[in-house]
Ligand binder design. Sequence first.
Ligand code: NAP
Length: 283
Amino acid sequence: MATVLDGKALAERIRAEVKDEVALLGELGLATILVGDDPASDIYIRRKHEAANEVGMRAVDVRLPVETSEEELLARIGSVNEDDGIDALLVQLPLPAHLDEARVLRAIDPSKDVDGLHPWNAGHLLLGRPTFVGATPIGILALLDEYDIPLEGAKAVVVGRSDIVGKPVAQLLLQRNATVTMCHSRTRDLARETLAADVLVVAAGHAGLVTAEMVKPDSTVIDVGINRTDAGLVGDVDRAAMDVAGHMTPVPGGVGPMTIACLLRNTVQAARFHRGALVFPRV
Ligand code: NAP
């Protein structure tokens, strides 16, 4: 039976550390912008705000109607960029189809871009000089480190190549000297790839995509997926894989809580940067 990688417990510790740092730094603010009324996005935003309030941050919840024009959205981002009381800004994705996501993300001040989606931050990660890295990939690395999972020379396989999870997590693993393979929907033989993985990260958004038979014995499995099914909330990896893996994240209680905790930690990092206490390459 796999050792459970307890994201909830580690996230609680990180949140307590963040709370102490917030108390030292004084007022700091996290803003979110949600366009439209997607129910899943609404839940994610509310969780982020509750967590921010709990550690003493000011959380600003900007809600815009689904018909908001690109110019209106860019203007709102511009005013948050200008607001010295706000250290971190995230625009909740996905955006309604009429909005150009790449243009919107480019409008965020890179020093407030705690999701690491502005090309300035994404580019620095690619070049091996990370600045802001999104909360989910950073949270996954923190969890692997917490349990001393060896990465140097390990074969890591990442299923999914999204900008928010798959690509950044693969870069972080590469920087830690893992040999990284990225899989996606056109990968010919997914099982052959996953079976070779010492560290397997699955972020595809398909319940049970990876079965127990696709997992290498004693490997480490990080299940990023969040899928709402009749059987409740499940990940992308079949729970039976717990009998094969050496370490595995549960769903819920694995990567999810780490994402929220690391978003708060990124917000503290932004605040330290804005107060001159942390040096990044020039923005
Ligand atoms: P996404 O943008 O939809 O990307 C999914 C990726 O999976 C794509 O690269 C896609 O390949 C690949 N994929 C889809 N079906 C596949 C298959 N059958 N075989 C191999 N690869 C396949 O999703 P995302 O935003 O990265 O999120 C992925 C999952 O993680 C979702 O369930 C999401 O809810 C969850 N998530 C959880 C957290 C958390 O905090 N726990 C945070 C973020 C996301 P193509 O590129 O070829 O289409």
